[in-house]
Write a protein that binds this ligand. Structure first.
Ligand SMILES: C=C1C[C@]23C[C@H]1CC[C@H]2[C@@]12CCC[C@@](C)(C(=O)O1)[C@H]2[C@@H]3C(=O)O
Ligand SMILES: O=C(O)CCC(=O)C(=O)O
Ligand SMILES: [Fe+2]
Length: 378
């Protein structure tokens, strides 16, 4: 029998062990988006109305995130996804451990992958897999491929179908918000390649009800590394966006049927820094389990992501070097930083501008980047 992946059963814990206690958790005040109108209100984008390009651009520039409504994914399907994910995590620890993520691998069941960058443990368990591979992947949990397996796969595949279509729609919405013409969107070589090859990873995550919620963290502060993350969350708030000046955590509301869109670091690279990746984290509830199902859209692993020519102002050079997703993830893990500073390592240094090789050098090895522009990284 496989050994459990979690060191304790979070569900039956009566206290938060010291190893899970985040001393600096309340570094900044947490404010509730729904109660504080104005500048702390998380932007809302209505896709039924086409997704107003001006509103999308403002949200992407200022927040790197927004609530998405009018997206067309039936609320009833979202409820079925939540139900299936709840059933998956309710399986015995030894059953889930059959699918344990192996060292060095991205896929599988386990503790939050970002944990390696921190000294304190996180109050959650997750399961990452390529969205299109659910049937093969979940055989690890249910080798007999029985009814539970079939129900899970049917629902997740249906969800993947909806999200794939939504992801393509969102990409076009962002391209339009960047100011690209329909011709550039449909005919641009880089734009088309991204649209045609975008990959999808699902990461259902479960935050068990916590006896001392203010001492724990479900997921520590991070930015997502890919292009676009679309999050389905149970109607229990917990996702927080980091805002600056004044520094605070804004809790994202969780109205029934809404999704959350979060931009990742490689989208910041793609848009030449115009659209920002969002710093965020997840807090836990003292009353209820919380489920979240992020759907990570990103480039295929062999694609060198560089700023779109259409996003670089005329006469200027690209602000970031080209990088593949795995290269970027490796640099970031090595940096072990809690902010988005790994991205600064990809910045083309100001003084290099105007030099012949100052622009984007596709596939440039990251070894050289590690020694550049990261002196603040001690
Ligand atoms: C497709 C993805 C996106 C991953 C890696 C891989 C599977 C698991 C995702 C997360 C989920 C938790 C936060 C994060 C930061 C983490 O550690 O694992 C994410 C990461 C990323 O956005 O980089
Ligand atoms: O809990 C959430 O809603 C967000 C999860 C998240 O940020 C992630 O998995 O990257
Ligand atoms: Fe995230």
């Amino acid at each position: 029998m496989a050994a459990p992946v979690l060191d304790i059963d979070l569900r039956s814990a009566e206290r938060v062990p010291e190893t899970y206690a985040w001393a600096g958790r309340d570094d900044h005040p947490s404010v509730d988006s729904s109660s504080s109108a104005g500048r702390d209100a998380v932007p809302v984008v209505d896709l039924a109305a086409g997704g107003d390009p001006g509103a999308v651009a403002r949200a992407a520039e200022e927040w790197g995130a927004f609530l998405l409504v009018g997206h067309g994914v039936p609320a009833e399907l979202l409820a079925r996804v939540e139900e299936q994910v709840a059933r998956l995590f309710a399986l015995p620890a030894a059953t889930k451990a059959r699918a344990a993520r192996r060292p060095g691998e991205a896929n599988g069941y386990g503790r939050p992958p970002i944990e390696i960058r921190f000294e304190t443990l996180m109050w959650s368990e997750g399961y990452a897999f390529p969205a299109g591979d659910v049937r093969a992947e979940l055989r690890r949990v249910w080798p007999d491929a029985g009814d539970d397996y079939l129900r899970f796969c049917d629902v997740m595949e249906e969800y993947h179908g909806e999200m794939k279509a939504l992801g393509n729609k969102l990409l076009d919405v962002f391209f339009r918000a960047l100011g690209l013409t329909d011709e550039q969107i449909a005919g641009g070589e880089a734009e088309r390649r991204i649209r045609d090859t975008m990959t999808a990873t699902m990461h259902p995550i479960m935050y068990p009800r916590c006896p001392e919620p203010e001492r724990a963290l479900g997921l520590a502060v991070h930015t997502d590394s890919g292009f676009i993350t679309v999050i389905m969350q149970s109607p229990v708030p917990g996702l927080q966006l980091r805002r600056r000046r004044p520094d605070r955590w804004v809790t994202v509301p969780a109205p029934e049927g809404a999704l959350v869109v979060v931009l990742g670091d490689l989208f910041q690279v793609l848009t030449n820094g115009r659209f920002r990746s969002a710093l965020h984290r997840a807090v836990v509830s003292g009353e209820r389990d919380r489920i979240s199902v992020p759907y990570f859209l990103g480039p295929p692993h062999d694609m060198a992501v560089a700023p779109l020519a259409s996003a670089v102002p005329p006469g200027r050079k690209a602000a970031f070097r080209a990088v593949t997703w795995p290269e970027y993830a490796a640099v970031r893990d090595k940096a072990r930083r809690t902010d988005s500073s790994a991205l600064t390592m990809l910045k083309v240094a100001e003084e290099e501008e105007g030099e012949e090789d100052g622009g984007v050098a596709p596939n440039q090895g990251l070894a050289s980047l590690m020694n550049k522009g990261c002196d603040n990284n001690a």
